[in-house]
Ligand binder design. Structure first.
Ligand SMILES: *Cc1c(COP(=O)(O)O)cnc(C)c1O
Length: 354
């Protein structure tokens, strides 16, 4: 595609793949033979290389470890029945990555480094894409500040990297969700729309406390009143009420613009739903539930695709659902997977051929 890009490729002598079974692999634990690494120094990206997966040697004063200038992405590659590899909507992740970079006062990564780097890396480790239903190759681009200086300021050096991790079926059981009223994930003016590492660190205590109460995840609410819903754990959230699908709107900058969210909006419209992006209060949900019109609640994200919610708890009010009877979320998941595994026509050109 972009011939001018100079990527130095150093291959492994022997693949680790031979000694590994790709059956029942836990998420994010195994990595392929190669990784991409690039350095930002003196205002430009250099030393772009694909090399054997290996540890990093970092100075203990590396700025990212102290001040958290660190962002990432999550993308998936799939194989069709003929063994051709495709990446799902990588340009959307590329654009989002640079929005995150801008918010965190980090340099943008050029399109050819991100997209062509990604394509080359996946091509090289193509044999690692499991050729099975519900399996895929998880792609993790990330960037962190790399100045060996503990003064609080934006770094002058950054490292951009891409790792690949084969993933098995994500047997995501329907979840029980606790509506969070004490902790906050994102506030207007903050970094909620950025895929910043710190967002995850800041969410773990709330999730741990919800787990102690017997719940799987929290439904985040707004920072001021804990009244308007934002996201479920690290997924975007949808509510089917009557013939309309609702999902929180993006204008406050407190919602991560999920690629799965965008895809779900398109597919739900094709399925005949009206889709409304707006403010949604917990009161709205309880009213709809009492009226018998809150039919389905589900989360969307790259890792698990669609996750059904079987219980939502707000204070002492419990909303329970019989997910076995649901039609919409399962149909949406099927349509999305049919596109990803090339079982249906890719009418939106979401699949990027490796
Ligand atoms: C990554 C992420 C999502 C899902 O985004 P996708 O692009 O669909 O994977 C949703 N919410 C948060 C907080 C995330 O970090």
């Amino acid at each position: 595609m972009i011939a001018a890009l100079d990527i130095n490729v150093q291959k492994v002598e022997k693949s680790k793949l031979k000694s590994l079974s790709l059956d029942n692999i836990p998420f994010g634990k195994f990595f392929t033979d190669h990784m991409l690494e690039a350095d930002y120094e003196e205002g430009e990206w250099k030393n772009i290389e694909i090399k054997p997966y290996q540890p990093l040697l970092l100075d203990p004063s590396t700025a990212a470890l102290h001040y958290g200038q660190s962002i990432f992405e999550g993308i998936k590659a799939y194989k069709d029945e003929r063994g051709e590899a495709f990446i799902f909507r990588p340009y959307d992740n590329y654009r989002r990555f640079n929005l995150s970079a801008k918010r965190m006062q980090m340099p943008e990564v050029p399109e050819d480094v991100f997209i062509e780097g990604l394509r080359l890396l996946v091509e090289l480790d193509k044999d690692w894409i499991p050729n099975k239903e519900d399996h895929s190759l998880y792609i993790r681009p990330f960037m962190f500040s790399n100045d060996p200086i503990i003064g609080v300021k934006p770094s002058e050096k950054y490292k951009f990297m891409i790792l690949l991790s084969p993933t098995g079926p994500y047997y995501n059981k329907p979840m029980r969700i606790y509506v969070e009223e004490k902790y906050t994930r994102a506030a207007p003016g903050g970094i909620g729309f950025a895929k910043a590492a710190g967002n995850y660190g800041a969410s773990m205590l709330a999730t741990a406390e919800a787990k102690q109460k017997g719940y799987d995840q929290v439904l985040w609410t707004d920072a001021f009143e804990h009244k308007y819903v934002q996201e479920i754990g690290t997924m975007n959230v949808f509510f089917i009420i009557g013939d309309t699908a609702y999902t929180p709107s993006l204008e406050e900058g407190t919602i991560l613009t999920g690629v799965t969210r965008e895809s779900a909006i398109t597919l739900l419209q094709e399925m005949g739903f009206k889709v409304e992006q707006r403010r949604i209060s917990v009161d709205d949900l309880m009213d709809a539930h009492q009226a018998g019109a809150l039919f389905e609640v589900f989360g969307t994200g790259t890792a698990a695709t669609i996750t059904l919610i079987k219980e939502l708890r707000y204070k002492d009010y419990v909303m329970e659902f019989d997910t076995d009877k649901w039609q919409t979320a399962p149909e949406l998941k099927k349509r999305l997977n049919d596109i990803r595994y090339s079982k249906t026509e890719d009418r939106h050109s979401w699949m990027f051929k490796v």
